[in-house]
Design a protein around this ligand. Structure first.
Ligand code: GLC
Length: 741
């Protein structure tokens, strides 16, 4: 059921009609203009901090008053009064947000409220694990819960709108923004998208503790050639529709209020001016009723694409393609007036964009309640409940990659901890953490000490610093287990962070090599924002925990896992390659006529193993899960499967049961497997449960050569198990008359 109808209300449309009649062309174009933080007025220090500085005597009253007035960017404040600005990004703090809002509501001619947007990607002040990490929890309720917390904190901070969730499918680990999404699978990313939109927006958009969501980056941004950010995307309409669009469709069906167009072109037409995407797909196919915002400066960058000859031409093409809000390029505000006067842009096109934006402002309740309650900030931001949620989420997001009976650690174990990342709080937060603070973040060393462990800590080396092994041998002699904190700094993932080499950077491999000399078990704790090509790490360490960039409660969560207080349950949502040169690498690929095998004459690399380092869906636990009695039948136009899952070990835990299908023969070749259902089940030691999963026929379809969506009868392999490579399999036939439903 498509929830876009939530934005359509006759009373609101009448109010919009009345406003459109009142509005001048400049005021209409003002609604399409989003501005960023201005350097004037010391934007970099938030008002909240300035107030603290005033109270601490670090700022005089006179300086504070000037900062308060200066923070309001005189020229922008004047533009607000003239109705020439419709939205901001980067205004943080209830006081600052309210100040600008008061100018719009009380000092402009029509009093149309502003929208305050911000990148609240994985938390506002309480920082959760990066989205790629959280996706490894395979838990819709958790994904929604953390988004609701982020929304509550952001709303208290004066934010109305987040530029999230990022739902770009990412198949190439070289791309830094793989950190920001839910991995490589369209089905899982669709459930992630729906959960995040639901968490950010809630059931009532006007609820002051929820914020507008923004599905981004529309579309196929993760498919940039070579894994290079912003690079061109060249793919068939079928691949776009089957792999990259599903999470965006799921967002629309969940009632997402906004979309952000991607920087890249798709098949030669920049998404920012791509009418097929912005109109045919979003409006006609998805039935989207909200508004579309460009990415930062992306309208102007159509010139760099070679798609527009000037900023005016870019503005013309963008508005006529269905782009509606210009994020900071100023092309709309500078050129639309003349483009309308000259007839190159119709007033109807302008009115449609204004209508979509006002519709969302009304739905958000900003006309009735434009201001943020400033009393909420101090009690909501980083409250203990939110910290507890961050700790639990970081536990659920971690993936146990290897464990040769070393973990969990015994309580009295003497630990030698090495690697600068073990004490570097800032790097734990990961990419896109605008309000997260290092001083509020728990490091691995902090967590271990807080848990009462005997810890000797020697940094030895950072991610990019020279290895220093002084004292290492002596320290190792007195330790039972060595913990090596290795990985990436936060700044090497996220935007503009593509890497050609995705092995362990710097002297960290040399550190791990040095540790082998001491004959003690080595546990690697990985802090990283992308899948890493680390066969050497896996080979040399007795246990490896993929912690990603786990957020504010990093150290406490990892300690819970290392001590067995939490039984690891994370499962990978991206394939780990052996070598950087294998990228892009993903599980749901076609077979080819010579499927990858030991045979020389098969589709593979001669210099790297034929299996990935770790497959999609992979993850170990402190216990073992056994599968039995897979039963599959066709009923009610669906594939219905049941399976017995047993906890065969001695630790209680949560298993993620995964169902993959393979359409054995298609009129277009189909992937060797596709995730189509998953469910989590809690099992006590030796407990068995029956798990049921169902795949409606509609999920078995694909686009034929004429772009018609079809579901073909035939044999389907059904695989149910622990990850994409292991599980019970059977073949089920779907006959023609099974489609009579
Ligand atoms: C950036 C990113 C986008 C973000 C926007 C505003 O360039 O591409 O994801 O939301 O600018 O910060």
């Amino acid at each position: 059921m498509n929830k876009q109808s939530r934005f359509l209300c006759p009373e609101t449309e009448n109010k919009i009609n009345a406003l459109l009649v009142e509005m001048t062309l400049d005021e209409k174009i003002g609604q399409l203009h989003q501005v960023g933080p201005s350097p004037v007025g010391g934007f970099d220090i938030s008002l909240e901090e300035k107030k603290q500085m005033l109270e601490d005597g670090r700022l005089s009253q006179e300086e504070y008053d000037r900062a308060l007035s200066g923070v309001c960017w005189d020229n922008q404040e004047e533009d607000i009064r003239k109705g020439k600005i419709g939205a901001f990004l980067g205004v943080i703090g209830a006081e600052k947000s309210n100040h600008l809002q008061r100018v719009a509501v009380e000092e402009s001619r029509l009093g149309i409220p502003l929208l305050m947007g911000l990148d609240v990607i994985h938390g506002q002040r309480t920082i959760f694990p990066i989205p790629l990490a959280e996706s490894c929890a395979w838990d819709d309720k958790l994904w929604e819960f953390t988004a609701a917390i982020a929304a509550k904190e952001a709303a208290a901070n004066g934010i109305h709108w987040t530029f999230a969730p990022m739902v770009d499918i990412a198949r190439d680990a070289r791309w830094g923004r793989i950190a920001e999404g839910a991995g490589e699978d369209p089905y899982l990313a669709s459930r992630f998208a729906a959960s995040k939109v639901g968490g950010f927006q809630g059931n009532d958009l006007s609820d002051p503790s929820h914020i507008l969501a923004c599905a981004k980056h529309f579309a196929a941004y993760g498919a940039g050639i070579g894994g290079r950010d912003y690079n061109t995307v060249d793919m068939s309409p079928q691949t776009l529709a089957e792999i990259y669009l599903p999470p965006f469709r799921a967002a629309a069906e969940t009632g997402v209020a906004t979309y952000m167009a991607a920087f890249n072109d798709w098949n030669g037409v920049p998404c920012t001016i791509n009418r097929y995407l912005l109109h045919d797909v979003l409006r006609k196919d998805f039935g989207f009723e909200g508004f579309v915002v460009s990415d930062a400066n992306a309208i102007a960058e159509c010139i760099d694409h070679g798609a527009a000859k000037s900023r005016s031409d870019a503005a013309r093409q963008a508005i006529n393609a269905g782009m509606e809000m210009d994020m900071v390029s100023r092309c709309f505000t500078d050129y639309l007036p003349k483009l309308v006067e000259s007839g190159q842009v119709s007033i109807e096109q302008i009115d449609e964009a204004v209508r979509h934006i006002l519709r969302i402002k009304f739905a958000k309740g900003l006309f009735e309640h434009p201001y943020t309650d400033p009393s909420k900030e101090s009690s909501v931001l980083l409250c203990k409940e939110h910290r507890a949620a961050a700790r639990d989420t970081a536990c659920r997001s971690a993936v146990l990659l290897k464990n040769d009976a070393v973990l969990p650690l015994f309580k009295g174990a003497r630990l030698l901890v090495v690697g600068e990342l073990a004490s570097n709080a800032a790097e734990m937060l990961g990419t896109w953490t605008l309000q997260g603070r290092a001083e509020e973040t728990v490091t691995l060393v902090d967590g271990l000490i807080a848990a009462g462990m005997q810890v000797t800590y020697l940094p030895c080396c950072g991610v990019y610093s020279v290895l220093d092994t002084a004292g290492l041998a002596e320290a190792a002699a007195g330790a039972d287990v060595i913990l090596a904190a290795v990985g990436e700094i936060a700044d090497r993932s996220g935007e503009a962070s593509s890497m050609a080499y995705i092995g362990l950077p710097g002297d960290q491999p040399a550190l791990l090599k040095a540790l082998q000399a001491f004959g003690k078990p080595v546990v690697a704790v990985l802090f990283n924002g992308r899948p890493l090509a680390i066969p050497d790490v896996i080979e040399s360490c007795q246990a490896v925990v993929e912690a990603w960039h786990p957020g504010t409660e990093a150290g406490n969560a990892l300690t819970d896992i290392l001590l067995g207080l939490y039984n690891p349950s994370g499962r990978l949502t991206t394939t780990f390659p052996n070598n950087s040169g294998e990228c892009p690498l993903y599980y749901n690929h076609p077979s080819t006529g010579r499927p990858c095998s030991e045979s020389r004459f098969s589709s593979k690399y001669l210099d790297t193993p034929i299996r990935p380092l770790f497959p999609f869906g992979y993850g170990l636990s402190y216990t073992e899960y056994a599968y039995d009695q897979l039963r599959v039948r066709i009923e009610n136009a669906a594939i219905a499967a049941t399976v017995e899952v047993k906890n065969a070990g001695r630790y209680a835990g949560e298993e993620t049961v995964q169902l993959y299908i393979r359409d054995m023969v298609g009129s277009r070749v189909r992937p060797v497997k596709e995730l189509k259902a998953f469910a989590k089940v809690w099992l006590e030691p030796q407990e068995t449960k029956t798990v049921s999963l169902s795949v409606p026929f509609s999920q078995l379809g694909f686009y034929d050569t004429r772009m018609q969506f079809i579901v073909e009868p035939g044999d389907f392999q059904v695989q149910v198990g622990h990850d994409s490579e292991t599980g019970l399999k059977t073949i089920v036939e779907i006959a023609e008359d099974d489609f009579v439903y």
